[in-house]
Ligand binder design. Structure first.
Ligand code: PLP
Length: 449
């Protein structure tokens, strides 16, 4: 495309006339017209270039326009652009094998979807059919997608408008020491109380009515709350005791984001079902799926699985996944994300927290970090109220504008900013991001008391 302001204005005008945007009041938005993207950066038509600290919606784990993946998509398009899901297709078989080999435990069968929400829908369906039980438990402070079941399993305000179909969903509090729902004073206490709360909730709901517990291994959009060490093994043990299916949602945390292929590895747990999307092929072509344990897969050995999608295992998406996984392997992208977390982003963000009164907590791992911004470090009062809009959200809006002025495109949710760049950014690029944060946090500091 011609990267001149006139073309940009035409792109924007057609968008405003005809594109209906997600999660937005259509008359109040002003989307940036993007002319191109490469690696960790994108640019507009007016000559502004941004370091993307959002990875899109936390999915371009290998950055934009990775040449090997682009070539694989082009080659697949020339060879076989599409084919229906009932057939065995080379790239589909290979993508399933590469994914199954990397998932924890005995998750050896892959059901492909077009994205994360559909993966969650199908995981819920599988768990209900496998157990013959109706309810699914999910955590407040979670996001699982925007389709009917997935949005009802979600624990953030995006659910509220769709709360009409929440039959069979039971929500509970997962651990989050910094804003402890259990008034705990340390991680061990938070872990123990969160497990007791979960078990009490199960007892009062009736264990025989619960098909599954779904948790993001490390909750993403809700704030990158790394769970205390014993929590997930504890949940695994509770699930085993009551015959409840454990679903780990790794749509955001999977495929290198946390410095492991899957975040479950950090906590020594294997779920019965694992949902993935995003990083599986960095979103170059829409793809998601469910990795299924041997026991649940066996439920559907003789009995048909009552679910499917026209584009399940789409050859272009699968070719992109095969190329992405191979590139990640050869270029050590997972190891690079781990290194980034331990040696660059983690220490760098903690150093910012020491100097800036607006940073209440830094948490995360790999290329997956959150800054919890506060009005006051002592009281931990969030920099803006929960779900704030308009004037009430001014401090976060000012922080975001300052990031952009300094060449960084920020991820902002409530009172948090997340540092979630491509997992393979260089140390110099990460430091450029930290410097932009440093300048923008000075603006956030002005709102502290
Ligand atoms: N699950 C998690 C943990 C996510 O972060 C998301 C999206 O952000 C989803 C599910 C939904 O995925 P999609 O938007 O591809 O439907």
């Amino acid at each position: 495309p011609h990267a001149d302001p006139e073309t940009g204005a035409a792109v924007k005008a057609a968008d405003r006339a005809h594109v209906f945007h997600s999660w937005s009041a259509q008359g109040l938005i002003d989307p940036l017209a993007v002319a191109g993207a490469e690696g960790a950066y994108f640019w507009d038509y007016d000559g502004n270039r941004y370091l993307d600290f959002t990875s899109g919606l936390v999915y371009t784990n290998i950055g934009y326009q990775h040449p090997r993946v682009v070539a694989a998509i082009q080659e697949q398009a020339a060879r076989m652009t599409t084919f229906a899901p009932a057939f065995a297709i080379d790239v589909r078989s290979e993508a399933a094998r590469l994914i199954a080999e990397r998932t924890p435990g005995d998750l050896d069968k892959i059901f492909f979807t077009n994205g994360g929400a559909e993966a969650v829908e199908n995981a819920a369906r599988m768990a209900r059919l496998h157990t013959g039980r109706p309810k699914i438990m999910s955590a407040y402070r979670s996001y699982h997608g925007a389709t009917s079941t997935a949005i009802n399993l979600t624990g953030d305000p995006r659910r509220w408008a769709s709360d009409t179909a929440s039959a069979g969903v039971v929500r509970f509090w997962a651990p989050f020491l910094y804003r402890s729902p259990f008034h705990a004073e340390n991680e061990a206490q938070e872990c123990e109380r969160a497990l007791r709360h979960l078990e009490d909730t199960i007892a009062f709901e009736g264990p025989q009515s619960i098909a599954a517990i779904i948790l993001e291994t490390v909750p993403g959009t809700a704030g990158i709350m790394t769970p205390p060490p014993g929590y997930l093994p504890g949940v695994r043990e509770i699930c085993d005791r009551y015959g409840i299916v454990l679903v780990l949602d790794e749509v955001m945390a999977g495929f290198g984001r946390t410095g492991a292929w899957f975040a479950a590895e950090h906590y020594g747990v294997a779920p019965d079902l694992l949902t993935f999307a995003k990083g599986v092929n960095s979103g170059y072509v829409p793809l998601g799926g469910v990795a299924i344990s041997a026991e649940i897969a066996a439920t559907f050995d003789k009995r048909p699985y009552p679910g499917g999608l026209t584009y399940s295992g789409h050859p272009l998406a699968c070719a992109a996944a095969v190329a992405t996984i191979r590139a990640m392997e050869e270029e050590k992208v997972v190891e690079r994300a781990a290194h980034l977390g331990e040696h660059v982003l983690g220490p760098g963000l903690r150093e910012l927290a020491e100097r800036h009164p607006s940073v209440g907590e830094v948490r995360g791992l790999g290329a997956f970090w959150a800054l919890d911004l506060v009005r006051n470090k002592e009281t931990r009062e969030p920099l803006v109220p929960y779900n704030a809009t308009g004037e009430a959200n001014a401090p976060m809006a000012a922080f975001g504008a300052a990031c952009k002025k300094n060449g960084l495109w920020p991820f902002i949710n409530m009172n948090r900013t997340h540092a979630v760049p491509a997992c393979n950014i260089t140390e110099a690029e990460a430091k450029e991001g930290l410097a932009a944060f440093d300048a923008a946090l000075a603006v956030a500091d002005e709102y502290t008391v």
